[in-house]
Write a protein that binds this ligand. Structure first.
Ligand code: SUG
Length: 447
């Protein structure tokens, strides 16, 4: 058995973190629309979460924020003049375009890509397909820069294959790892890849909220990655209608354990049977299912019990569930979490992290991270400057305090000074994370 670990790469929260109500079907994003955000608190919360994981002994990486406002996108939709003029006129005459161009949404790294580890891929490399995120305009602007960030972190093409996103069409709507769970006996051994989709490419969709992932998108990714042992369950329509915009809002898994709400899948019995069939001879899957009577879907969604990180810490026999503090604040979710930890089941411990700034946009601990199972050799081939250490945490905390505002209202996003602040921050970050020259579009512009 090749030894491997499950590493996490978290999206560093960008200087334009804001509440713009951009994601229909994501209830937190809608409810908090228009409120003032605190980008500095947000990025520090994210950094503390990363350091916590690193301190617990798991490899932790940082994915850089994207350049926002996305001036080139505003030029693409017809605005012209200086960068400041472009931003000002977009806010005046096309505020929905301007808001999309300002979002710090690349922070939710679970949506960065779908990953197939080398133990499951046909050519023995780790494969990444950046998600086209085509359902929401603000998120559809992410995949090119995400591809650059993944290539900076995983530079060795003999070991890593960073693909282009799938074509950006609704038929192939893809939201990345937020709808993918990999189960296995050991991270370095063969896994079962559960790829959960909300609709089919040609299916008429009458739901009140969008189904963001198509079956065909996941089938395409599985084909191009040469992914073994795939299972394609349908996300339940009831879950989507209740505000489950990604399956990771109601389901998380690691190693042999799948922890989920009973409304997660359209056909739970068939999903379990399919997973068991693919795992046959490799491991016996453990299903931890929480019933609607113990935890109504609305509580699961507002408290994000399942949008937690399920990890096995070095030296531990059982798993640790790392939940947002909102789980502790919800009586029912807290009771479920306490019961899990007290039982003899696979989850032995529950811990809490404060990511409230992100939570108010519907992004919990699991949304902020992209999981990548890496062998020792693959881990050694990553960009060391992007790995979280005490030094990097200290350096980025100072960097954030230097550049980030502690209050940002949607109206402030029209402030042209935000362009310079954001670019100044990203310029500094380029050298801190050794991202290479011309990493960001503004660094490539000849003036
Ligand atoms: O895509 N929110 C993100 C949250 C993503 C959470 N990710 C996972 N579940 N894996 C989204 O809906 C809101 C932005 C705003 O409204 O300003 C937003 O994009």
């Amino acid at each position: 058995m090749i030894s491997a670990v499950e590493a996490n790469a978290d999206g560093l929260i960008g200087p334009t973190h804001s509440y713009a109500g951009l994601s229909p079907g994501n209830l937190a994003s809608s409810v908090n629309a228009g409120e003032a955000s605190n980008p500095r608190a947000a990025v520090l919360q994210g950094l503390d979460k990363m350091k916590r994981l690193a301190d617990l002994g798991l490899p932790q990486f940082v994915l850089p924020p994207h350049e926002r406002p996305h001036i080139q996108f505003l030029r693409d939709v017809g605005f012209s003049g200086t960068d400041g003029e472009v931003l000002a006129s977009a806010w005046k005459t096309a505020p929905t375009m301007a808001a999309a161009a300002c979002s710090a949404s690349p922070m939710w790294a679970a949506n960065a890509a779908t990953v197939t580890p080398s133990a499951d891929s046909a050519d023995g490399r780790v494969h990444f397909t950046p998600a086209n995120l085509v359902t929401n305009l603000h998120r559809s602007l992410e995949h090119t820069q995400t591809q650059g960030a993944l290539s900076a972190l995983f530079p060795d093409s003999a070991r890593f294959a960073v693909h282009d996103a799938l074509p950006s069409v609704p038929h192939l709507a893809d939201e990345g790892a937020a709808n993918h769970v990999r189960l296995c006996a050991d991270h370095g051994g063969p896994g079962v890849n559960i790829m959960v989709w909300g609709r089919e490419a040609y299916e008429p969709w009458a739901g009140a909220f969008p189904a963001r992932q198509t079956r065909e998108a996941f089938e395409a990714i599985a084909r191009r990655h040469g992914a073994a042992r795939t299972v394609f369950p349908r996300q339940s329509r009831a879950a989507i209608a209740g505000g489950t915009f990604h399956n990771d809002v109601v389901c998380v898994g690691t190693l042999d354990t799948l922890f989920f709400h009973d409304l997660a899948f359209e056909d739970t019995a068939a999903t379990k049977a399919d997973v068991r069939a693919q795992a046959d001879g490799l491991f016996e899957p453990v299903f931890v299912e929480v019933s609607t009577s113990d935890l109504p879907l609305a509580d699961a969604i507002s408290s994000y019990l399942f949008n937690s990180m399920l990890v096995r810490l070095p030296g531990d026999a059982r798993l640790t569930l790392i939940c947002p503090t909102e789980t502790r604040d919800n009586e029912r979710s807290h009771a479920v979490a306490q019961e899990l930890a007290a039982s003899n089941g696979p989850i032995g411990r529950v811990e809490y992290v404060d990511v409230r700034q992100s939570m108010r946009n519907g992004g919990g601990p699991a949304c902020l991270r992209l999981r990548v199972a890496l062998t020792d050799d693959e881990l050694a081939a990553t960009n060391p400057a992007m790995r979280m250490t005490d030094e990097l945490h200290a350096r980025l905390s100072v960097w954030a305090a230097t550049w980030y505002r502690d209050r940002l209202t949607p109206a402030d996003l029209a402030d042209p000074r935000l362009i310079d602040e954001s670019r100044g921050a990203l310029d500094d970050l380029t050298s801190i994370l050794r991202l290479g020259g011309g990493f960001y579009p503004f660094q490539r512009t000849v003036t």
